[in-house]
Design a protein around this ligand. Structure first.
Ligand code: SAM
Length: 301
């Protein structure tokens, strides 16, 4: 960037605009923070954090470090998955006293695979004001750069840690026409890809969005059949943070699965899980094991 360009940006009128807006007191502000690149904070988020009487956060050390990057030194209270309800009560008392409370998570948008929803629920139930301050979220960031053309997406978040449950959940998602958005931890990325390969057609497209907005950002698109080889080709691919996007089912698969589901339900009303799966496999030509797993789910076993 040239010096002229830097000066031009530093003097942009919009930079001062956030300061002119109103930030009511006695309000809970749900503030999105960056998912990697610290400069992805929004102007409004900076103002809210500056004005907040208290910042409720998952981890005071992490949020403290982020606030320091913005030159802020704020009073913080912990509101994490183990104390959200109790934290909410204390925050409500502060709101009743007229304070501005900013709620953040470690990264991205609170309440998206992160704590926050219980605090918001309690604050709203108390009749108090809640204002969202939008910003980064890994799911939306990954979708925007995936090139998967689909108006619909289904947010899966984290899959179950146990292999059987993971495959079973993926089976229920197989016929969905929407793009599937999965969050995955680096130590489970190989397990995740193996489960995808076991459940989905090998020609389905998958996108790995790794370390978004960070130094080693990588966005890779391939088929599910090629995915494991890609992950294993570089040890670094088992590190960092991942969003995994899976192309939605084509209409054919959708229709076929819906028909199998209909047949399975009819048979389950009359026969055992084993018999129903076996007959449904003969009628539809679909795999008996997958139908058996699905039949167990329908029966709640
Ligand atoms: N609240 C966050 C949001 O709005 O996206 C999500 C928090 S969740 C605990 C953390 C997961 O989000 C990671 O395991 C990863 O799947 C995804 N994630 C967060 N930051 C990411 C990044 N920079 N690149 C890729 N995935 C990321």
């Amino acid at each position: 960037m040239t010096e002229t360009q830097s000066t031009q940006i530093a003097n942009l009128p919009v930079l001062g605009e956030a300061a002119q807006q109103s930030y009511p007191t006695a309000t809970l502000y749900v503030v999105a923070t960056p998912i990697g690149n610290v400069t992805d904070i929004t102007l409004r988020a900076l103002h809210v954090l500056l004005l907040a009487d208290v910042v409720a956060c998952e981890d005071t050390r992490k949020t403290g470090a982020l606030l320091t990057r913005f030159g802020l030194n704020k009073h913080m209270v912990a509101a994490h998955q183990h104390n959200e309800r109790e934290a909410a009560e204390k925050l409500i008392a502060r709101l009743h006293a007229g304070e501005r409370v900013a709620l953040v998570s470690d990264a991205g948008t609170p309440a998206v695979s992160d704590p926050g929803a219980r605090v918001v629920d309690a604050v709203r139930a108390a009749g108090l004001n809640v204002v969202p301050v939008p910003g980064a979220s890994a799911a939306i960031t990954a979708l925007s750069a995936s090139g998967l053309v689909n108006d619909r997406f289904h947010f899966v978040g984290f899959l179950p840690a146990k292999a059987k449950q993971r495959e079973s959940e993926l089976s229920t998602l197989k016929s969905m026409a929407a793009t599937l958005v999965i969050y995955e931890a680096p130590h489970r990325i190989v397990d995740c890809v193996e489960a995808l390969a076991a459940v989905f057609e090998s020609e389905r497209q998958v996108v790995f969005a790794r370390e978004l907005s960070k130094l080693f950002e990588e966005i890779h698109r391939c088929t599910i059949g090629e995915a494991l080889a890609w992950v294993k080709a570089d040890a670094n691919r088992e590190r960092g943070e991942f969003v995994v996007l899976v192309e939605g089912a084509t209409q054919d698969t959708d229709a076929g699965d819906a028909e199998a589901e209909r047949i399975l339900n009819i048979l389950l009303a009359e026969c055992s899980v084993k018999q129903a799966a076996s007959l449904a496999a003969q009628i539809t030509g679909k795999k008996k094991n997958a139908l058996y797993e699905r039949a167990l789910q329908i029966k709640g076993e």
